[in-house]
Design a protein around this ligand. Structure first.
Ligand code: ADP
Ligand SMILES: Cc1cn([C@H]2C[C@H](O)[C@@H](COP(=O)(O)O)O2)c(=O)[nH]c1=O
Ligand code: ZN
Length: 195
């Protein structure tokens, strides 16, 4: 996928929830493993859906990961924990603070292949930093679509549902969850409460 060069690079896998970001990340890691490359996988402390130390997809596949702080200087733990690995994978990038951008840039400058996965929009359909910033800086970006749960068209948005009703625009940005709180929706079917 990448010409052999001295430098590393950043790959971002983004899109709505349920679009297959984690499955795609795990597919790339399996291929890197077959190629005999050393891999380190990281996830933020905030995301506790699949147990402490695994990156898991909605379809049930998983990979062992190190759990690192999601904010401030603690994010540099990703770089500090490395021991000569070729490939660094980071899942749920949307839960990290802006420091993740500097960490990914430093790793790529140090010759690493950095594979980052995270949703690019909040439930308000606004940019979910730092993912959009990483998409701008990356060498490779894949934006995946799920299937809209209402109309069956490609879904680019994250519908948050609280007790089955659309979330309010003023609700907090962070709410860890899956099917119980979120649906994949297209632009036309995505809604927000504003009353
Ligand atoms: N609305 C949907 N559209 C597409 N896939 C869905 C949907 N709801 C559940 N899935 C399941 O989710 C899987 C993708 O899971 P995952 O890789 O964890 O997605 P992401 O990391 O993007 O949230 C699909 O292969 C499918 O089995
Ligand atoms: C839209 C949105 C999502 N989240 C949370 C919900 C999940 O825990 C993750 C996304 O997981 P996935 O692997 O992409 O399925 O992010 C949030 O906290 N706030 C939001 O607005
Ligand atoms: Zn739709």
């Amino acid at each position: 996928m990448h010409a052999i060069t001295q430098s590393g690079w950043i790959e971002v896998i983004s899109g709505s929830m349920f679009s297959g970001k984690t499955e795609e990340l795990l597919r790339r890691l399996r291929r890197a493993e077959i190629a005999g490359q050393e891999i380190s996988v990281f996830k933020p402390q905030l995301d506790d859906r699949y147990g402490e130390t695994t990156v898991g997809s909605h379809a049930g596949r998983s990979w062992e990961a190190s759990v690192v702080p999601s904010e401030g200087e603690g994010v540099w733990q990703i770089a500090e924990e490395l021991n000569g690995e070729d490939v660094v994978a980071i899942d749920e990038a949307n839960f990290f603070s802006a420091e993740l951008v500097d960490v990914c840039e430093a790793l790529a400058a140090d010759g690493k292949r950095v594979v980052v996965s995270g949703t690019d929009q909040t439930f308000r359909a606004e940019p979910f930093e730092p993912v959009p910033q990483l998409m701008a800086l990356a060498e490779y970006v894949d934006k995946l679509q799920a299937i809209c749960t209402i109309c069956g068209e490609p879904a680019t948005r994250n519908q948050r549902l609280i007790d089955g009703e659309p979330a309010h625009v003023d609700d907090p940005t962070i709410l860890v969850g899956a099917e119980e709180s979120y649906e994949a929706r297209c632009r036309n079917c995505h809604t927000l409460r504003r009353d």
